[in-house]
Design a protein around this ligand. Structure first.
Ligand code: SD4
Length: 345
């Protein structure tokens, strides 16, 4: 388990004390409730989830409400404020999974602010797992979700115009390069947030039940119709209530290739701790990609039924947020396998 504390938000949740009887007194006791999520946007998302968890709510509600915070942040690269595809249209993917293997997802969804909630409706109100494109939008509208205006956010508009200058199709996600190497995508947004497209979240509630969610705008300037790992159960997210839960971020194609989140959960089933399970999944991708692994980023995070957590990624630059108390919402740098690329490389 990682314990490098870079960013502790003591008391930042502004809530009264909540007792963690489950884990406070015995090393072997279960740490719950707990919620973890990808990237620095996870700090705010965890706060949303924690409101549900601390009052004894269900993990499923927590992971939905948690990532809704990020979907609504126009300054973030998740949700309708995010980078568009190469035709200039924002298309969103999301999925959700509960403790009973119920799951739902949407892909290539346009003009809907909260794809995660549509994914939940797919799970709860249809006999299907995944709806895409126009059909997903029709379903959302029929369920009462408002159709938002088709308009790029200021940041996305700027990035898209920059990208159009070369229209170079470079399907690379989240390798945070120094200025100049990846000039059309700013390393950091004006508000200081990293330029990510996704949030994945997994949680265990006070009853010890697990759930997970994942929502994304996908790869910026992707081909029209491209869908990554994030809405695909087993790839971007997986939950097995007997074992644990995992979610992924980064180059979706390579997560799909190894059914990444499912693989992490299967490693945990063998008794492997979350961090080591994430590491093994990352190693699998590196083995497959060979030299090309250094061109991509993939990160996994996971929790198990003991409330242990961990994350791992291919290369430096991935972080995740962990929250298990009113005064404990911490951003942790993910351990990585590949050494940093030499400057200018
Ligand atoms: C995708 N996995 O669409 C997503 C992208 C991502 O931070 O995670 N970006 O492939």
């Amino acid at each position: 388990m990682l314990h490098r504390r870079r960013f502790l938000q003591m008391g930042s949740l502004g809530l009264t004390s909540f007792s963690f009887l489950s884990f406070k007194n015995a090393a072997s006791a279960i740490r719950k409730p707990i919620v973890i999520s990808t990237w620095d946007a996870g700090i705010n998302a965890n706060k949303g989830a924690w409101k549900v968890l601390r009052s004894g709510g269900r993990a499923l509600d927590a992971v939905e409400q948690g990532v809704m915070v990020t979907e609504a942040e126009q300054s973030c690269c998740v949700g309708l404020g995010a980078n568009p595809d190469r035709e200039g249209i924002v298309t969103l993917d999301a999925c959700i999974m509960d403790e009973y293997f119920n799951c739902g997802g949407v892909a290539a969804l346009e003009r809907i602010k909260h794809p995660i909630s549509v994914a939940r409706r797919v799970m709860e109100k249809t006999p299907h797992v995944l709806l895409v494109g126009e059909g997903a939008q029709q379903f959302a509208v029929a369920e009462g979700f408002p159709l938002e205006e088709q308009k790029l956010s200021e940041d996305a508009e700027k990035s898209y115009k920059e990208w159009l200058k070369k229209s170079e199709y470079k399907p690379i996600i989240n390798v945070e390069r120094s200025k100049g190497q990846n000039a059309f995508v700013p390393n950091k947004l004006p508000n200081g947030a990293w330029n990510h497209d996704t949030i994945g979240m997994v949680a265990m509630d006070a009853d010890g039940n697990l759930s997970g969610s994942c929502t994304t705008s996908g790869m910026g300037f992707k081909m029209r119709g491209r869908v990554g790992d994030s809405p695909i159960i087993g790839a971007g997210l997986y939950v097995d209530n007997e074992v644990g839960a995992a979610t992924a971020t980064g180059q979706g194609e390579d997560v799909i290739r190894i059914a990444g989140s499912h693989l992490v959960v299967e490693f945990m089933r063998q008794g492997i701790a979350p961090e080591a399970a994430c590491k093994k999944a990352v190693e699998r991708i590196i083995k497959i990609k060979g030299e090309k692994a250094k061109e991509i980023q993939v990160g996994f995070i996971a929790i198990n039924k003991q409330g242990e957590y961990g994350g791992y990624c291919i290369q430096k630059g991935f972080n995740f947020a962990v929250c298990y108390g009113d005064d404990h919402n911490e951003l942790i740098d993910g351990k990585y396998i590949l050494p940093p690329t030499p400057k200018g490389g």
